[in-house]
Design a protein around this ligand. Structure first.
Ligand SMILES: [Zn+2]
Length: 171
């Protein structure tokens, strides 16, 4: 899809967001477990293990692209505490619920050492958009480093191409 850019006035291609349909923890379950212990929707996931229950929500992350008008958007999952999860879910249709939670990244971003359990701040948004995730800058990980330093246009295009070719990774 092409659009007129508000930043430079040129015609650009849009990049699709790199989106994961379910948290990695859900992907790891067997078909029987998915049926018996998990609930999944487009924005929420709960997994009830014997000894604990895990709560996940769908969020976004914006990867800065250096010297480019557009950034690269991710659709990723984080796990929240039970308290944060219910606070978010109860206010899901509340426009004015502005708050932040602590979350652990639960999507496996290709091209990095495991991105699971990177600590993040999850910031809710005012207009019923999905919350945005900010990795904790103090956490030493190449994904966090890239997030704060930006990636090149070539690297962003490579990531989009890879997603188009391997949609199975992004379930
Ligand atoms: Zn532009």
């Amino acid at each position: 899809m092409k659009y007129i850019c508000q930043c430079c006035g040129e015609l650009h291609d849009t990049w699709p967001s790199i989106a994961f349909k379910v948290p990695n923890n859900y992907l790891q379950l067997s078909a029987t477990e998915k049926k018996n212990i998990a609930e999944i929707s487009s924005d929420f996931c709960v997994i009830r293990y014997e000894d604990q229950t895990d709560y996940f929500i769908r969020t976004t992350l914006t990867q800065k692209v250096i010297d480019n008008c557009t950034d690269l958007d991710y659709g990723i999952w984080v796990s929240l505490s039970e308290k944060s999860f219910y606070d978010y879910r109860e206010n899901f249709h509340n426009d004015d619920h502005i708050t932040s939670y602590f979350g652990w990244l639960c999507s496996f971003i290709p091209g990095y050492p495991s991105t699971l359990n990177i600590p993040t701040t999850v910031q809710t948004k005012s207009d019923n958009q999905r919350p945005e995730v900010f990795p904790r800058e103090s956490h030493n990980h190449p994904f966090v480093k890239d997030y704060y330093s930006g990636i090149s246009v070539t690297e962003a295009e490579r990531r989009v191409d890879e997603m188009m070719r391997h949609t199975g990774y992004y379930n």
